[in-house]
Write a protein that binds this ligand. Structure first.
Ligand SMILES: NC(=O)C1=CN([C@@H]2O[C@H](COP(=O)(O)OP(=O)(O)OC[C@H]3O[C@@H](n4cnc5c(N)ncnc54)[C@H](OP(=O)(O)O)[C@@H]3O)[C@@H](O)[C@H]2O)C=CC1
Ligand SMILES: CC(C)(CO)C(=O)C(=O)O
Length: 339
């Protein structure tokens, strides 16, 4: 935050401005409390020249929109003005990406708070180990948004459950103060932010969705409405039941009616192309490890049978091998496939 200003102006780096990240940039800039630097990759040239085209049910139509700065590589932390927050909104694909080494140059240990807004389970530990003096916030986003070459369409409202990933070496109250601070910036314009005590509970709950709809839509190329029509009772519900059993074995009892609760929360006929299906459409690697692999490791450790999720995982690993080969990551993919 700038020392001489009465209005806070937090320096925030957003890493990966696709569907979710671009909307994070908009919400933070619209709070009027943040200057956002967005790190872009394939969409850098387009956005640098023409800005983003955004159709958002929260923020309306924005043409030629830009955050305070766009860059195409991670900037080094400026010793006199380091980032207060780094928000990670790129895909979490450990087969291709070592996240700590990507964001490392921009982090000031003991100063920068790292905010993970990504799907998946137990994604925080590698960041906490790499940056033990940094507060880690973990966010489960319920937005639905997709991006292609600077064009972003958001078709469901942005809602975020946000919690601190508590580190034994940091002061709990300090972590909570960063949690409240970031929530109030992010929630200042349109987004509903819910501060939660145990984010892992929310990650498990969302995994019932992502671990079934995302994965099965990705394999079949069906959207959520079609997969419900043809496979809700044969595939989706049984797979959700397996996931709930794994969560329970991990100490998170989601309740006997959790499958009905999740299914009933989706309006009849709603057609969503989950982000994993969009990745396949784009030929991008998929988040199979953090969305399914990590949960299945817990299932094996706890002795929970998950036949449907196991097959789903194995099919996705084959699809991942194809996607990685196309992006010349094949050898890495083959090594990491020996679970
Ligand atoms: N889309 C959705 O509706 C939802 C997504 N999520 C989760 O949010 C996270 C983000 O998803 P989503 O927005 O869909 O993903 P996108 O693929 O749309 O966006 C990710 C962006 O990160 C960029 N990126 C990847 N690696 C780097 C890097 N090393 N440096 C800079 N930029 C990089 C990508 O660039 P490039 O184009 O070059 O690959 C892309 O622009 C995921 O964990 C997802 O599971 C959660 C809720 C809903
Ligand atoms: C459930 C959904 C569609 C939005 O919250 C999502 O998480 C995704 O597409 O990955």
């Amino acid at each position: 935050m700038s020392a001489d200003s009465t209005i806070p102006n937090f320096r925030i780096l957003v890493v990966g401005a696709g569907g979710v990240g671009t909307l994070v940039c908009v919400a933070l800039e619209r709070s009027l409390q943040a200057s956002v630097t967005a790190v872009l990759r394939s969409n850098f040239d387009q956005v640098n020249r023409h800005g983003f085209e955004i159709e958002s049910i929260d923020h309306g139509k924005l043409s030629g929109w830009r955050p305070s700065a766009v860059v195409n590589c991670i900037p080094s932390a400026d010793p006199s003005e380091p980032f207060e927050y780094i928000v990670v909104t790129m895909k979490n694909v450990p087969e291709t990406t070592d996240l700590p080494s990507i964001i490392g140059p921009a982090v000031k240990q003991g100063y920068t708070t790292i905010v993970l807004i990504q799907n998946g389970l137990y994604i925080e530990e590698t960041i906490a180990q790499a940056f033990p003096a940094c507060v880690i916030l973990s966010g489960v986003s319920y937005v639905s948004a997709h991006e292609r070459n600077g064009h972003v369409v958001q078709d469901s409202r942005d809602r975020l459950a946000l919690g601190a990933y508590h580190s034994p070496s940091l002061d709990n109250e300090y972590e909570n103060s960063k949690l409240r601070e970031f929530s109030s910036i992010y929630g200042a314009a349109k987004v509903k932010v819910e501060i939660v005590e145990d984010i892992v509970l929310y990650r498990w709950r969302k995994l019932l969705w992502n671990g079934t709809f995302n994965t099965m839509c990705a394999i079949t190329q069906l959207d959520t409405s079609a997969i419900r029509r043809f496979g809700e009772h044969t595939m989706i519900r049984p797979a959700m039941t397996e996931m709930a059993a794994v969560a329970k074995a991990d100490g998170y009892d989601l309740g006997d009616d959790i499958v009905d609760v999740i299914i009933d929360s989706i309006p009849e006929g709603l057609s969503i192309r989950p982000s994993m299906l969009v990745d396949i459409d784009k030929g991008n690697p998929i988040e199979v490890q953090v969305i399914l692999g990590n949960a299945l490791q817990i299932a094996r450790r706890r002795g929970v049978q998950t036949p449907i999720l196991d097959s789903t995982y194995q099919f996705l690993k084959l699809i991942q091998a194809r996607l990685l080969a196309a992006r010349e990551y094949l050898s890495a993919s083959i090594e990491s496939s020996h679970r």
